[in-house]
Design a protein around this ligand. Structure first.
Ligand code: F6P
Length: 512
């Protein structure tokens, strides 16, 4: 990449793309004009245009489960089927009424106290989106009530919330598309027991529960009232569901108008995705670069590095979005694909990771690509400027590296003698050539969050389409879930000697 930059003063202009206030600089990818042209040709050859039209029009792009993937309808994108948008709008109307009643103190708990604390119980796609957005919004937007999240079946998480909550004023949202996820139901039962202990078993505990689910019957069986059960359609996947009723905790905490801004951001990215030519289409370019890195260059990992504490949960959100969607290895015909698909996604706030694991990026044997995500507010503070500086320094240093000669020069400049210079210099060498994309967004707002989450969703779809896999099922996860159920139930189906041995050891340890 040093050579590519040295040979082309216009590389940044040629390999960056702006749309709706966002800027994607991919000049630090290991890409040339001809490679980019080949990748664009690959998108055409894969029939991506038809793929986008198929997804938006509600064709069963989730071909194993024979379902549409209409998360764009949840943000009211006009190219999606009117019936899907009408379904979303009907639920949204009920949500708006409910939120207004909570805010007005009309929807009260069993003892007549207003709701002041909302605890969102969900996991995976029923948790990560609202959690990310709540963290992103909280520092700059006024909150109408306290909001907490519990996902883990380890009750340390929910206990810490319940210990400081007032039962009479607490509302639990049980968010589960399937309403069968063990962790979420475990936490919901813990919440119910806590309420019953505090308010009395005779209290109307249904006044403290809301359900968001595709399995309305299971929510009713749990005891959640019909008027506080909000459906989510089958055609919206869990990891794409933040735009649906799953956004209720955000509406309650920040107001429905804030959620509307978020949807508008997603919708504006939908418009860009559906209309911009592929060569100037942010999600398509991001997807093609991901394919270039994972499939053609064989990179193992992809680190997402937000330079904003408010976006600290973005890597976890994208981890599910990308790895659960595209962690697949068979094509439409059930045949093994002959190429690498999704890389391992990980990351965290860049300024923090820099002092922990970035070392491997510089000098390890594995190769990783990076997304630097950098919000730019119009009037930056000193700390904002430090974030910008760190982000740009990391991406430049990873790209440029440090040669043996440069290492020697640096050591000599420190007054180190020749023998010691020769001994140490190889240890200072950084190979460089580490590819990164930098995404600039105009500050962290509900609208810009909507834009970037939709951008990544579309990226995932484009990649899945080109790789020829189904981005919308998750059969692999089921295997582990079923096995956990078997083990908990004491069934000895498929027991290997390691599991048998470990169970015996746990038995012995728990009998003491
Ligand atoms: O186990 C994986 C998964 O099914 C994810 O796809 C989903 O987001 C998460 O569990 C939670 O599922 P649910 O919303 O049905 O509780």
């Amino acid at each position: 990449m040093r050579d590519l930059f040295a040979g082309d003063a216009t590389r940044f202009e040629r390999f960056s793309c702006a749309a709706d206030g966002l800027l994607l600089d991919y000049s630090k990818q290991r890409i040339t004009s001809s490679a980019m042209a080949e990748l664009l040709a690959l998108a055409d050859e894969a029939g991506l245009k038809d793929g986008i039209a198929a997804m938006l029009s509600g064709e069963p792009v989730n071909f194993t489960e024979n379902r549409a993937a209409l998360h764009c309808a949840a943000r009211m994108f006009e190219l999606t089927p009117a019936a899907a948008r009408a379904e979303i709008a009907a639920t949204r109307k009920r949500l708006d009424t409910f939120v207004a009643r909570v805010h007005a103190g009309e929807f009260v708990g069993a003892t007549g106290r207003p709701i002041r604390h909302v605890v969102h119980l969900g996991i995976g796609g029923s948790d990560l989106g609202p959690r990310l957005l709540a963290e992103a919004f909280a520092p700059s937007l006024p909150t109408r009530l306290e909001l907490s999240f519990a996902a883990n079946v380890d009750d340390t998480e929910i206990r810490a919330i319940l210990d400081r909550a007032n039962p009479a004023e607490t509302l639990f949202i049980v968010a589960s598309k399937s309403f069968s996820t063990a962790e979420t139901l475990f936490n919901a039962r813990a919440a119910r027991a806590w309420l019953a202990a505090a308010l009395g078993a005779d209290a109307d505990l249904s006044r403290h529960f809301v359900a968001i689910s595709n399995n309305v019957a299971a929510a009713a069986a749990f005891g959640i009232a019909e008027d506080t059960t909000f459906p989510m359609p089958e055609w919206i996947g869990g990891r794409f569901s933040v735009w649906s009723a799953i956004g209720l905790p955000l509406m309650l905490a920040f107001g429905t108008e804030v959620f509307d801004d978020f949807l508008a951001g997603g919708r504006s990215m939908d418009t860009h995705f559906a209309t911009a030519p592929f060569a100037a289409n942010l999600p398509v370019i991001a997807a093609l670069l991901g394919i270039w890195n994972a499939t053609f260059l064989g990179l193992d990992g992809h680190a997402v590095l937000p330079y904003s504490h408010r976006l600290r949960s973005l890597p976890a959100y994208l981890q599910q979005l990308e790895m659960e969607s595209n962690g697949k290895s068979v094509d439409h015909q059930g045949q093994p694909v002959g190429w690498q698909t999704a890389p391992i996604i990980f990351g965290g706030p860049g300024t923090v990771g820099q002092h922990a694991y970035h070392q491997l990026f510089y000098q390890g044997t594995r190769k990783v690509a990076f997304d630097f995500v950098l919000p730019i507010c119009a009037t930056p503070s000193a700390t904002d400027r430090s974030l910008f500086g760190n982000a740009l320094a990391q991406s430049a240093a990873l790209m440029l590296g440090r040669t043996l000669d440069e290492a020697r020069t640096e050591l000599r400049a420190r007054g180190i003698d020749d023998a010691e210079v020769e001994r140490l210099a190889p240890h200072l060498v950084c190979a460089g050539n580490q590819p990164s994309t930098t995404l600039l967004m105009p500050s962290v707002t509900p609208f810009t969050l909507g834009q970037i989450l939709a951008l990544y969703e579309h990226k995932v779809f484009v990649q899945g389409w080109i790789w020829g896999i189904n981005s919308f099922d998750q059969y692999g996860v089921e295997l582990g879930k079923n096995m956990a159920r078997d083990i908990e139930a004491g069934s000895d189906r498929q027991r290997d000697s390691s599991t048998v041995g470990l169970l015996a050891a746990i038995d012995a340890m728990t009998r003491k």
